[in-house]
Design a protein around this ligand. Structure first.
Ligand code: ATP
Ligand code: MG
Length: 571
């Protein structure tokens, strides 16, 4: 591994950071406290990575803190497996960058909205006492129907004018388990006709007789997101509660609840930014879950998944994801970002940190006939062209080598500067060879090439500076190790897998995973899990956790060039 992280970039600037800076300057807040509040109903994806980088980044830049909080108010969909994966993913993404701003509970566990169920329930009682909440017997469908829509007026619930005593009694009965799921709700008493639908007496509590992963069977009523979220922020003394744009219409409710509950000052405030959307990528836990449950991918951490765990397994570094987040920035307008932007960030990051190695993915045997039988030597190869301090290693070279099938053309197209019958090419770090004979199998396929080497053309030799247009990579056949290499490609063939109401399953890329046996230079036998390498002229690779001493398994993190751009250019 070369450098640990790319050179520090200038601190990002955007409208949310401007607000934070202004709040500190005006004294509206004395310190900055943000939070990252995922619902543990799936694994985190690259969209969440953007939110993590924003919330932790702001806390770090302004000397504040960032809470990790499970927003766990919907027990039916949540699970400890997701809690554990979220903790691991967040810690991985901030490691060595913002660990010091992460705030957890005393036992190092994340905060849980469900830890506040007692306080939230007390707030419900307070609202009832103040005449600001009532128990409603409408079904979910009726509630929707009464509420109306932005273009359809709302009507008051027939249960809106229950007495404080009756509401208190009914809520206590709801909590005691007297009613089945869906029989009643607690609703805020705001305004059934409000132009903002979210203020038309929103539901605050619903009945769910479900065991909760964190609170067990302590509760059979659960607060809604809007009720739990503002209170959790207030309980944790959050100053800036940052979420995505869909919640802009919820903000008046966030403020209404905190105001009517008279929470201590300074009250937290909500700010919204545009969520990340990427081409060729699904960005929703629910849909990613479908890929997992239907077996389209091997799991949440399948290296083709846009999950943080999938990207990590693939070999993408946390620094690359952070750099990507800075690059896409924080705006107020939803937009679709090209996945090529992410791929570019991954290449830039790996280019600086990955040592170079030689490996052949699709071997074509070459025999160098003017070297004696059994001839073996070593040639020095630079570990990193941009960092001479990383030195060189000795790569075994011998009479029989493998080159890439693509690097030979029997009938070469125009401007083909690699190997062709009668042509010359330079073997990187070694000799110039000339193709003298193409040996075929009975079925007409190529068995091997017989070549001669210009034995003075190695570095330091008499003809070492002889100009040859093409340089190709190679490995010594006898010394190469066989390794499984998993070649990944985009999961979808369409930039917007769900455009025009399409089912994303109809545009899955059948070639998103190809597994091959590659021939790699022996130095790669000692690769460690954290290492990243560039196979020269081909790709960046990293070990997969499935690797064993007998059979190394590498993931192709990414090709060196954008192969899709080439396809697009061909039209
Ligand atoms: P999903 O629909 O994928 O489950 P979500 O918004 O329901 O996403 P949460 O677990 O509620 O997921 O999100 C936790 C935090 O991450 C929230 O603050 C949310 O705004 C943010 N977030 C989720 N998706 C994105 C995204 N695509 N881009 C930026 N931030 C996101
Ligand atoms: Mg959600």
């Amino acid at each position: 591994m070369t450098t640990d992280s790319p050179a520090a970039s200038p601190a990002p600037s955007d409208f949310i950071r401007d607000i934070v800076a202004a709040d500190l300057a005006s004294g509206a807040c004395q310190r900055v406290a943000t939070r990252f509040p995922p619902e543990p109903n799936g694994y985190l994806h690259i969209g969440h990575a953007k939110s993590i980088c924003l919330n932790f980044g702001i806390a770090k830049e302004f000397g504040g803190t960032c809470n990790l909080r499970m927003d766990d108010t919907n027990p039916a969909k949540e699970d400890v497996e997701y809690v554990d994966s979220i903790i691991a993913d967040v810690r991985w993404l901030i490691a060595g960058w913002a660990d010091e701003v992460l705030r957890c509970k005393a036992d190092d566990a994340p905060f849980f909205a469900s830890d506040y169920f007692g306080q939230i329930y007390a707030c419900a009682l307070t609202l009832i006492h103040a005449g600001k909440a009532y128990v409603c017997d409408l079904t979910a469908e009726q509630t929707d129907e009464y509420r109306g829509a932005p273009d359809r007026p709302g009507r008051p619930s027939p249960f809106r004018d229950r007495s404080v005593e009756e509401n208190l009694h009914l809520l206590q009965q709801m909590r005691a388990g007297a009613f089945p799921d869906g029989a009643r709700t607690l609703r805020a008493k705001i305004d059934p006709h409000h132009p903002n639908v979210w203020l038309r007496d929103p539901v605050l509590y619903r009945i769910r007789h479900t065991v909760h992963h964190h609170t067990g069977d302590a509760w059979c009523i659960y607060p809604m997101y809007d009720f739990a979220h503002c209170l959790s922020d207030s309980i944790e003394d959050i100053t800036h509660s940052i979420c995505t744009l869909e919640f802009e219409v919820h903000r008046p409710l966030y403020d209404w609840l905190l105001q009517h509950l008279a929470v201590p000052s300074p009250r937290p405030h909500q700010y919204e930014f545009a969520r990340l959307s990427l081409t060729y990528t699904l960005m929703s836990k629910r849909k990613l879950m479908q890929l997992v449950t239907e077996g389209t991918v091997s799991g949440w951490d399948d290296p083709r998944m846009p999950t943080i765990s999938g990207l990590r397994r693939r070999g993408v570094t946390a620094a690359a994801l952070r750099q990507f987040a800075i690059h896409v920035g924080v705006t107020k307008y939803n937009a679709l970002t090209e996945v090529a932007v992410l791929e570019h960030a991954i290449r830039e990051d790996l280019n600086t940190r990955a040592q170079r190695r030689l490996g052949v993915l699709r071997p074509l045997k070459v025999v160098i006939t003017n070297l004696p039988d059994g001839h073996t030597e070593t040639v020095p190869a630079a570990n990193h062209p941009l960092d001479p301090a990383l030195g060189t290693r000795d790569v075994p070279f011998s009479r029989e080598i493998f080159i890439e099938q693509d690097d030979f053309a029997e009938i070469p197209p125009p401007k083909f500067f690699r190997l062709k019958p009668g042509g010359e090419v330079r073997l990187k770090y070694a000799y110039i060879i000339k193709c003298e004979e193409v040996v075929k199998n009975a079925d007409g396929t190529i068995a091997e090439l017989r070549c001669t080497a210009d034995l003075d053309s190695k570095t330091g030799g008499a003809t070492s500076s002889r100009k040859i247009k093409g340089t190709i990579h190679w490995v010594s056949a006898a010394h190469a190790i066989a390794a499984e290499v998993r070649l990944y490609d985009r999961l979808f063939t369409e930039p917007e897998p769900e455009a025009d109401g399409r089912d994303f399953r109809t545009c899955l890329n059948p070639h998103s995973l190809e597994t091959i046996t590659a021939h790699l230079e022996p130095a790669l036998a000692t690769a460690r899990p954290d290492d990243r390498f560039q196979l020269e002229r081909l790709a960046y690779i990293a070990l997969d956790p499935a690797t064993t001493a007998e059979r190394p398994v590498f993931n192709r993190v990414i090709t060196l060039k954008d192969t899709w751009a080439k396809e697009a250019a061909k039209g």
